[in-house]
Design a protein around this ligand. Sequence first.
Ligand code: UDX
Length: 429
Amino acid sequence: MRLCIIGTGYVGLVTGTCFAEVGHQVVCVDCDAAKIAALQAGQMPIYEPGLEELVQRNKAAGRLDFTTSTKEGVDRADIIFIAVPTPPLPDGSVDLSFMEGVSRDIAAAMTSYKIVVDKSTVPVKTGEKVAETIKRYCKARVEFDVVSNPEFLREGFAVEDFLKPDRIVIGVRSPRPVAAMKELYAPFNAPIIVTDINSAELIKHAANSFLALKISYINAVAAICEASGANVEEVANGIGMDKRIGRAFLNAGIGFGGSCFPKDLSAFIRISEDLGCPFHLLREVQRINAAQMDRFIKKITDTLWVLKGKTLGVLGLAFKQNTDDIRMSPAIELCQRLLKEGARLRVHDPKAMPKARAVLPDVEYVDDMNAVAEGCDALVIATEWEEFKKLDLERARKTLSHPILFDGRNLFDPAEMERLGFIYKSVGR
Ligand code: UDX
């Protein structure tokens, strides 16, 4: 099938590339000429495992192409995906100006029937606005359908999540685009749910808010575990074995971050308020997430007392493992707060150091994770990178001026760390 994807960010690029991988003909559009030129030259604008290889393979096979022209993209496709940013505004609502602009561009370019699919995360009722806008600005007066098709991609696993989805949600206003949407997704062999557009849009915000709620729930339980001497990991295992609850997203830590959860949570709260049914529970989810960072910093200052003049080693800057993304990263917030307390920092992240330099200019970047501890008063783990579990603990213990490790992601076994001679403080254990 012939597809056009407008927006080559995390979502758009992964969507276009994975559709090409299963045999569709895809043209990706972006207004950023430098980005399109780089993609044409085979350079990736983001780090996402497996993506580069897929882009190169599908480009070489002639199934994947890049352009800055929306007109060209629309002409060459029957199904047009909108995958543009929907950033938060200061009041928590969503900036839909890119959605509106692209809807107008599509309308101006359409000369025959098109299916316009919204992939971006948007407030409920946005599909209606997109349809109104296209109708208003389409001079050619051609027919079209608007579809809501939210993404559920985790950064760092986006290719895997796209190729092996749990479910595909297709929100429509009429049955007309359903057959084409089902054909498009047939190669993925996943359950397909067809809903109205408003429900599809709500599914996205409700899903992400629920996942954030799970994390805050376990973080609140972690605080109770610390106060009572219980172990949050055992509690999470115990409740997670109930099929109705599930073990996933019950890992206590320094809180959730990233470009999705904080933004989607704020947006969903705002949407609920605008609709006259304020979702107070979600405000508590936000409050617990903020408190989790405060509690972790208190743990550090309770142990080290004054941070001014002390050097801390920090492992992890990305908002989670397998990504170079530092947007709303709890690890970055942690570093900024430690710096504010007067600490000096030696930091390492397997992928996020280049991006971190812009927001953390006054720290020492260390290329080798095993060298970070050298001369530090304590070591802090801020991101759940798998490779940190292979840290040379013997070397860390010897090179730290005091063998103190604050583990914000519960990567190590407390009993084992004690046996190795560490003063080891993790979360909820
Ligand atoms: C999320 C959703 O998972 C995805 O379906 C959606 O489409 C986009 O938003 P992503 O932002 O890539 O994906 O990250 P995710 O893997 O969900 O992690 C979000 C944050 O929660 C990270 O900061 C992570 O460290 C934290 N987290 C996750 C926990 O603290 N504990 C957990 O148990 C799981």
